[in-house]
Design a protein around this ligand. Structure first.
Ligand code: HEC
Ligand code: HEC
Length: 406
């Protein structure tokens, strides 16, 4: 009995031909291309028999611990399904020697056993024993299932990231940049610390385009809308004004007072996490500021932002976790920021991509930015006029008094 399991463990091309006829796959790969070579293959041992209709997994195979009492002939298609679900080949879990599938030489095989048990348990306890949940339900073609809700069907950066060890393996002999170097480069790329400290007030005017992502939940968002939008920046304070049909929506960040007000509703102070997110946006205008409120900053690896390769710096805020800053490897400019907003569940992730850096009053700043939230509308802000204005009053940034204590 035991010897028959070699059917699933072929290395010999002679046996492979048998397998083509019997199953169609060897080691999870189509074998048609190997067929001609098989003619020159050394004579194979006696062909191993195929599992018959009556054979059971635990008696037919050598080392089955969880898939017990099942038809042995379904092992191969079941393994192929696992392969496809995780986007791997047999050797991801099995010994490199294809004749020894029974060996437990790789930790992934043991993890897979636990996953099989978990999946069986979920189906038993939650879905009346039907195979409702499969490996694919979670894995979707990746070894590590995503935790981050995709942005409008875009693949999450998490899945496309290259960790620092892999980057350095490709660039042997070089040193990765430090967080300080990346932040200094970004500061220099927009004018340098001196110019930034003396930057004039400015008013940006343009529009926000709501791309109205159409999904199954928010069918009302089918229509793209364009709304006039202004930004006032002075020192470390910033106010945005969105001119909605039903009244202006104000959003203000400053060191002393951060608040928002929409239409006729009373102003309210920003929640701690909203305030920190606003502080992130403000720090884009002077990246050295990130060091004043983010902790544990470290260079984590590289990721693509659009067509640009960026160095990714990871850190933690006071309320925001998983903060990421993306610095263009070539220009040094900060191209994107991301963070996780606190919620009952992991991972409510937000991201803003920056573009069209322009110069005014001695410093550069982005005049286009794109806000991405999970399965939300995508908001594209594009500013077409920039006015240097030193007369912006400080009072503008203060929360309206009557409603200050809400
Ligand atoms: C994600 C991990 C994973 C992948 C990929 C995978 N297997 Fe498996 N395989 C397992 C696990 C786990 C077992 C043991 C199941 C048990 O203990 O009940 C197993 C058992 C087997 C066995 C029985 C071995 C024995 O004699 O005990 C065969 C044969 C087998 N796999 C073939 C394959 C083939 C062929 C492929 C590629 C098409 C493949 N497997 C891909 C995890 C995997
Ligand atoms: C309920 C969701 C869920 C289901 C269903 C599920 N998995 Fe997983 N699996 C996970 C998560 C989450 C991880 C990743 C843990 C991590 O990130 O380290 C994981 C990790 C793994 C790994 C380790 C990958 C690695 O190299 O780090 C293997 C192997 C695996 N699963 C196999 C399977 C197989 C086989 C099935 C189907 C029998 C399955 N999983 C079903 C959630 C699931």
């Amino acid at each position: 009995m035991i010897g028959r399991s070699r059917l699933f463990a072929m290395t010999s091309l002679g046996l492979a031909v048998v397998l083509v006829l019997a199953v169609g796959f060897v080691g999870g790969r189509p074998v048609a291309a190997q067929a001609p070579a098989a003619q020159n293959a050394p004579p194979a041992a006696a062909p191993a028999p195929v599992p018959g209709p009556g054979d059971k997994t635990d008696t037919f195979f050598k080392n089955v611990k969880v898939l017990k009492g099942l038809p042995a002939e379904l092992m191969q298609p079941s393994m192929q399904l696992i392969e496809i679900s995780l986007g791997v080949h047999c050797v991801y879990c099995h010994d490199n020697d294809g004749a020894k599938r029974e060996l437990d030489t790789k930790p992934q095989k043991e993890i897979a056993r636990r996953m099989i048990t978990m999946t069986q348990d979920i189906n038993k306890t939650m879905f009346n024993g039907t195979n409702r949940v499969t490996c694919f339900t979670c894995h979707q073609g990746h070894t590590k299932p995503g935790q981050v809700v995709p942005y409008n069907d875009e693949q999450t950066r998490e899945l496309t990231a290259m960790p620092i060890a892999a980057v350095m393996a490709l660039n042997t002999g070089t040193q990765p940049p430090t967080t300080d170097q990346l932040i200094n480069n970004a500061v220099n790329a927009i004018g340098g610390a001196n110019n930034l400290s003396r930057a004039s007030g400015r008013v940006l005017k343009g529009a926000v385009t709501n791309l109205a992502h159409l999904d199954e939940v928010h069918t009302e968002r089918a229509v793209t809308s364009v709304t006039p939008f202004d930004v006032y920046v002075k020192g470390n304070s910033r106010m945005t004004v969105q001119h909605n049909i039903n009244g202006d929506a104000l959003n203000t960040y400053s060191a002393t007072s951060s608040w928002l007000q929409a239409g006729n509703a009373p102003a309210r102070a920003l929640r701690a996490d909203e305030r920190e997110a606003a502080r992130m946006e403000q720090a884009v205008l002077n990246p050295a500021d990130f060091k004043t409120f983010l902790t544990g900053l470290k260079v984590a690896g590289q990721e693509k932002v659009g067509e640009h390769t960026t160095w990714v710096v990871e850190g933690k805020g006071q309320t925001l976790s998983d903060v990421k800053l993306y610095f263009d490897r070539d220009s040094g400019l900060l191209l994107s920021i991301a963070w996780q907003q606190p919620s009952y569940f992991c991972c409510h992730q937000f991201r803003i991509d920056y573009d069209n850096y322009k110069i005014a009053g001695g410093v550069r700043f982005p005049t286009k930015w794109t806000n991405n939230g999970p399965r939300q509308t995508i908001l594209v802000y594009e500013m077409d006029t920039v006015q240097v204005d030193n007369a912006i009053e400080d009072a503008r940034f203060m929360m309206p008094r009557a409603t200050a204590q809400r």
